[in-house]
Design a protein around this ligand. Structure first.
Ligand SMILES: [Zn+2]
Length: 261
């Protein structure tokens, strides 16, 4: 893809990873300060570098990767690996497409991606944390007077960028929870058996049933421990699914509960 196409891709990525633009602004500011060149030059060099990484990838292929990230079919990379991740996933998709016998992987269940295992927030934590969560604020970043000129990266203002106060809220929450509970037995979030009907879920369910009856055996005949999904079953009425957007998970959950009340 060319530079214009790359910029379009960067905007599309920013829509699924709102903190990306902020990260990028900080990166450019730091690099510009330490290299003694203007931010415009630094930004152009960054674009050139990403362009080199993505020279063999088309805009459509890149957009398809972002669409899959958005749907949770592949993970959102650490921002520094943005271009490499797009390249890797695009080439992988191309490889799969050229071997139609393997087919392109689509998932029956977006929650567990057909692994039978879904990551969920611990319902005890979710219930106990409600009041603490009220103390955390998330506000849209005010573009006017912001020291990072966000408009430069997102001139159409299509992206809502948030600032969470305090920024350390998730690690604060972890210490708060640890001080209240036996954190080994009660983590903030954990894996659970999905409630879908994919093949892996069915297999794990059988293994879990065996475990619960006390006759789950390892290949050498010894009593085996829990299968990989753990003991819990996912219940959409009790536990929010854990995604990369922790604030959004809890915010959405509490809002839904308030609406139902
Ligand atoms: Zn599932």
């Amino acid at each position: 893809m060319n530079q214009e196409q790359l910029k379009e891709l960067v905007r599309a990525f920013g829509r699924i990873a709102p903190a990306f633009h902020r990260w990028r602004a900080e990166l450019i500011e730091r690099a510009s300060a330490s290299n003694g060149v203007s931010q415009d030059v630094e930004w152009q060099q960054q674009i050139d570098s990403w362009c080199r990484t993505l020279c063999k990838v088309s805009l459509d292929e890149g957009k398809e990767v972002i669409r899959r990230m958005e749907e949770g079919l592949c993970s959102v990379p650490p921002y520094g690996e943005f271009a490499q991740a797009i390249r890797r996933e695009s080439l992988l998709a191309r490889q799969k497409a050229s071997h139609p016998i393997d087919g392109y992987r689509t998932y029956e269940c977006a929650k567990c991606r057909d692994t039978g295992i879904v990551e969920v927030w611990n319902p005890w934590f979710v219930e106990a944390y409600r009041e603490q969560f009220e103390l955390i604020t998330r506000r849209e970043i005010n573009r006017e007077g912001n020291k990072f000129n966000l408009d430069r990266y997102d001139p159409g203002r299509t992206i809502v960028a948030y600032e969470i106060d305090p920024p350390s809220w998730i690690s604060d929450a972890r210490s708060w929870w640890r001080n209240r509970s036996d954190s080994e037995a009660n983590p903030m979030y954990h894996v659970a058996l999905c409630d879908c009907n994919c093949a892996a879920t069915q297999t794990l369910q059988e293994e879990l049933d065996k475990f619960n009856r006390g006759n789950r055996r390892s290949p050498d005949g010894k009593q085996a421990s829990l299968p990989a999904c753990g003991a819990a079953k996912y219940d959409g009425n009790l536990m929010p699914v854990k995604t990369a957007d922790s604030y959004g998970d809890l915010h959405g959950w509490y809002a839904k509960e308030r609406a139902q009340a």
